[in-house]
Write a protein that binds this ligand. Structure first.
Ligand SMILES: Nc1ncnc2c1ncn2[C@@H]1O[C@H](COP(=O)(O)OP(=O)(O)OP(=O)(O)O)[C@@H](O)[C@H]1O
Ligand SMILES: [Mg+2]
Length: 403
């Protein structure tokens, strides 16, 4: 018994971008991506969006082998670093990523004749050096230079290559900076739109928080038509069960979760993948300890939620001021706080709940700073939502900040 306990490790993987032991659901999203890979002419790109921890990064990872099976090249990068603050930084990033995928391909170039010699043709690799040379020698703006490089690559791709997917995670960090006259986001959209119009098979796959798509549309209105937006939701009840039970279904797994425990985990995780992994990892470790001690196992949900609160929510909560805490508490009291809510609803609720209610303009202002702090976001219809999953439930657990 003891040997089996030590051999089978806790399979759950709470963390950013850690592939789960079993990726539950997401079939519709994968089918949708397969459809996009199958486009004759690339008219649509993809935006994969959703709240923190809903599974964007790991789903994007599973798109990679799908693309490769369909003979597309895959270029991926994480934009959480500020490599994209300037146009040149963005171009360098694209060139560097591109060269990794294309350096084994060659292009034919004609070398200038020396004196009376005949011009000679030679092949050169599409590596970083040659891509950079093309970039540097193209006159005009950064966008013209980038287009020239991508056209060069597009013209020299092997005939059996399906195209190139440019997959950028955490793409909500892309931004134009008018004050500095740097427009990396607009350039990215413009370059891809222009090349796709010419028939080149390049596709953007951008992943990011719900602020991403409104940001793209703000930069270039045609972004609305350029992207198929896939909004990742929480897992359904059945998918949540699969995410919990599949990883421990192995015959060597020493632990089982009772039906009651599974119901409880589904309920408190709200179907959010990160929370499922987090809670299951804790429960698994505890069950092992109890098993070794010969004790019956039940889920100490209060303790686990306290740990989740301090690991996941507390840092974000601490960044808000007292008055912001009050406003967030008012929002959490709304029956629709887990979906979307309006300024008017918050104003009305604050009148009913607190002695110093908020005015409409005050709520508006505060929502802007809460959005900057990553706690709420404004959707394209002007309504707001919490940007962190199950934030409302966490706030309620903290109690009334005004009392
Ligand atoms: N479909 C799924 N089934 C089970 N677990 C999942 C699923 N999707 C994601 N997870 C788990 O959820 C956690 C969060 O996943 P991931 O990092 O991909 O989320 P994200 O949306 O990229 O988060 P962030 O917004 O912080 O970048 C990981 O621990 C991952 O293993
Ligand atoms: Mg991610």
């Amino acid at each position: 018994m003891a040997a089996a306990v030590t051999e089978f490790r806790n399979p759950f993987r709470p963390g950013a971008g850690h592939m789960p032991p079993y990726l539950a659901g997401r079939e519709t999203e994968r089918r949708e991506f397969a459809r996009l890979l199958d486009q004759d002419v690339v008219l649509e790109n993809v935006v994969l969006t959703g709240l923190r921890g809903v599974g964007k990064t790991v789903l994007l990872e599973t798109f990679k082998p799908m693309a490769q099976r369909a003979r597309w090249l895959w270029i991926g990068a994480d934009l959480s670093e500020s490599a994209t603050v300037s146009e040149t930084a963005l171009a360098t990033r694209v060139l560097a990523d591109l060269a990794v995928a294309t350096s084994s391909f060659t292009m034919e170039v004609t070398r200038e004749p020396f004196l009376f010699n005949q011009p000679v043709s030679e092949s050169r690799p599409l590596d970083f050096q040659n891509l950079s040379a093309c970039f540097a020698s193209t006159p005009g703006l950064v966008s013209d230079k980038l287009k020239a490089v991508l056209e060069l690559v597009g013209e020299n791709l092997p005939t059996d290559c399906g195209g190139i997917v440019f997959a950028y995670d955490e793409a909500q960090n892309l931004a134009d900076h008018a004050a500095k006259e740097e427009y990396p986001l607009s350039i990215l959209l413009e370059v891809f739109q222009s090349l796709q119009k010419k028939g080149f098979r390049f596709m953007l796959a951008l992943t990011g928080l719900p602020t991403l798509f409104p940001k793209l549309v703000e930069a270039r209105t045609y972004a609305e038509r350029m992207f198929r937006v896939i909004f990742l939701e929480r897992l359904s009840e059945q998918e949540s069960r699969d995410a919990i039970t599949e990883p421990i279904g192995d015959a060597h797994c020493p632990v089982t979760f009772s039906g009651e425990s599974i119901d409880l985990i589904c309920e408190v995780s709200g179907g959010y993948p990160y929370f499922i992994q987090f809670i299951c990892r804790e429960v698994y470790d505890l069950f092992i300890q109890r098993l070794e001690a010969g004790q019956p196992a039940s889920v100490p949900i209060d303790e686990i939620m306290r740990k989740l609160d301090s690991d996941f929510f507390a840092g974000r909560w601490a960044r808000a001021t007292d008055r912001q805490h009050e406003l967030l508490w008012v929002i959490a009291q709304l029956p629709n706080s887990e979906a979307e809510f309006t300024v008017q609803e918050i104003v009305a609720e604050s009148k009913a709940r607190i002695s110093k209610p908020f005015s409409g303009s005050h709520v508006n202002q505060m929502l802007v700073s809460l959005a900057e702090a990553g706690l709420v976001y404004k959707n394209r219809h002007g309504k707001y939502s919490f940007a962190v999953p199950l934030l409302g439930r966490f706030i309620k657990r903290q109690g009334d900040p005004t009392s």
